[in-house]
Design a protein around this ligand. Structure first.
Ligand SMILES: Cc1cc2nc3c(=O)[nH]c(=O)nc-3n(C[C@H](O)[C@H](O)[C@H](O)COP(=O)(O)O)c2cc1C
Length: 222
């Protein structure tokens, strides 16, 4: 990551990852979604919105599986095609799932999560108050080494577009499943790079918090 790429906001106070909650498996096999599930696309579009108040209720494995498949899962196994587009099919965006029980990398071809860091790094994924409360923060990381055959001036633009497509898939899934989410560009790149144990050629460019809406849970309890 160059200084230009890491630029941006006021330095955040130096924070440490929190202790993990629950077991931290080395690998989590994810359930595939019900392909006939969800609300009609137009209804999901009508409901899509950013939310910033979350409950800390954990996401069920089925939800995590459906969410990540919607994000950038393999939808055409014969050719390895994915739910989100990628220029030249370089698939340069890695999705990190930052969970209370560890930081995991989404392995789309095998639809599983692979443990990267055994700590709760949710509080390091952004500056806002709700960060660290919701059960899941996704972090979209560009792997620059996959883009070397692309002209240099296109690399970051195309990667940002690919991350945006993934984030919108997640937003539409959340709208369909009644979950809250918000895309976040206000991230501390260096802090996040360290928390996710990224290499120099890996750049975190966007985060997205996902969780149940605080209001949904309180109305369920009534
Ligand atoms: C690239 C990008 C970065 C964003 N960064 C943040 C952020 O850091 N924090 C935040 O609360 N919202 C962030 N947002 C969400 C916008 O604030 C939000 O989309 C906008 O206010 C419109 O509201 P809506 O999404 O409910 O339509 C970001 C959105 C985009 C597309």
């Amino acid at each position: 990551m160059t200084n230009m790429q890491a630029l941006s906001y006021e330095p955040a106070p130096r924070r440490a990852p929190a202790r993990t909650r629950g077991e931290t498996p080395a690998e989590i096999t994810l359930p595939l979604p019900d392909m006939a599930g969800g609300v009609p696309l137009m209804k999901a579009l009508a409901q899509r919105a950013s939310t910033r108040e979350f409950s800390d209720a954990p996401l069920l494995p089925a939800t995590l599986g459906a969410l990540l498949w919607a994000a950038d899962g393999v939808n055409r196994p014969a050719k390895g095609g994915r739910t989100a587009p990628s220029a030249h099919a370089f698939y340069e965006i890695d999705i990190y799932a930052v969970l209370p029980y560890g930081v995991y990398l989404y392995d789309a071809p095998r639809h599983r999560l692979v443990l990267k860091v055994p700590s709760d790094a949710r509080n390091l994924t952004g500056y806002q108050d709700f960060v660290g409360e919701a059960p899941l923060d996704l972090v979209y990381v560009v792997n620059m080494s996959r883009l070397l055959s692309m002209p240099a001036q296109q690399r970051e633009i195309f990667a940002a577009i690919a991350a945006g497509a993934i984030a919108q898939n997640v937003s539409l899934y959340c709208a369909s499943a009644g979950l809250g989410c918000v895309v976040r560009g206000w991230i501390n790149h260096r802090l996040l790079g360290d928390a996710l144990k990224l290499n120099e050629d890996e750049l975190p460019i966007l985060a997205q918090t996902v969780g149940m809406l605080a209001t949904t849970l309180s109305s369920l309890a009534d």
